[in-house]
Design a protein around this ligand. Structure first.
Ligand SMILES: O=C1C[C@@H](O)[C@H](O)[C@@H](O)C1=O
Ligand code: CO
Length: 293
């Protein structure tokens, strides 16, 4: 596998905020993704839950499933509960031909709560760190049984958000069991340096989300003490090339590291304000300009 370009359905229908894009069908989203020039997507909650049915919509459009999100609660619920839900998602993604499963630890997360995202960032106790790292390694073993990898998603409003938290997670988990997802938008929103993270963990990064940030709107989230989802609705995120992030050095680092896998455009914003098809086309043109792909 070389590098493939995909796009997440979150610009059409937002699973964190179902009122955004409630009017859009998954068929429209898949058709517009393909028409914009992408060949992969991630799971959205409007997609058919049956792999054969989902495949019947993907195949004629030349699309495949790169991955899908899984919310773990390793720090706040018994491991068996997370493991059971994880197995269902893993089996589904395996049936769809995905090689990686996105894992986010949602214990203590405020990402979907009405709480100020910068002011109330949660952190783990020592015991919770242990539950997280040991639990993730077990999920990594389960994924290996399907010849898949878990890719951990650092995320605003969770206990794995900052550079120090990502570094600790990487240090305290075995590289062959826990891989990393690199999300440009979440790193910049948090005030981190994406190039530093990419260069330090290039050998562990097995999935990539490219999202850009509108700087002024991000600053408003800070000054107005907004929640993550208020920020999304206000348009903090946009497609690569439309915001403050310089993707050229990031692409250079990815290219020279010999990365193999998907780069997914992921830009949640209000589809009534930012037409998802037009933004997908803009993103695809920009990606072609900087990557030649
Ligand atoms: O990968 C992601 C999935 C979404 O549900 C999430 O909130 C978004 O910001 C993201 O990066
Ligand atoms: Co992401």
């Amino acid at each position: 596998m070389t590098i493939n370009l995909g796009i997440c359905p979150i610009g059409w229908t937002n699973d964190d905020l179902p009122e955004l894009g409630a009017e859009n069908t998954f068929q429209q989203a898949l058709s517009e993704m393909a028409l914009a020039g992408f060949t992969g997507t991630e799971i959205g909650n409007k997609y058919p839950k049956n792999p054969v049915e989902l495949h019947s919509h993907l195949e004629p459009r030349g699309m495949s499933i790169a991955s899908g999100w899984f919310s773990a609660f390793l720090t706040t619920k018994p491991f068996e509960e997370t493991a059971k839900a994880f197995k269902l998602k893993l089996d589904f993604l395996h049936a769809m031909g995905s090689k990686v499963i996105v894992v986010s630890e949602q214990g203590h997360s405020i990402q979907c709560l009405d709480r100020p995202i910068y002011d109330e960032k949660p952190t783990f106790s020592e015991e919770e760190w242990h539950l997280l790292t040991t639990g993730l390694e077990k999920l990594g073993n389960m994924a290996h049984e399907k010849e898949m990898e878990i890719v951990f998603h650092h995320h605003m409003g969770t206990c794995i958000q900052t550079t120090a938290e990502i570094e600790r997670l990487m240090e305290e988990t075995q590289p062959d069991k826990v891989s990393l997802l690199f999300d440009t938008g979440h790193l910049v929103f948090s005030g981190e340096d994406p190039l530093y993270i990419y260069n330090k963990y290039a050998n562990r990064i097995k999935h990539i989300h490219f999202k850009d940030i509108r700087e002024e709107r991000m600053n408003n989230v800070k000054s107005e003490h907004s929640s993550f989802l208020q920020g999304v609705k206000a348009g903090v995120f946009t497609v690569p090339g439309d915001g403050m992030i310089d993707f050229e050095p990031i692409w250079h680092a990815i290219h020279t590291s010999d990365y193999q896998g998907w780069i997914m455009v992921e830009a949640e914003q209000d589809p009534t304000q930012a037409n998802p098809f037009l933004y997908a086309k803009m993103a695809r043109e920009y990606m072609n300009q900087i990557t030649g792909l």
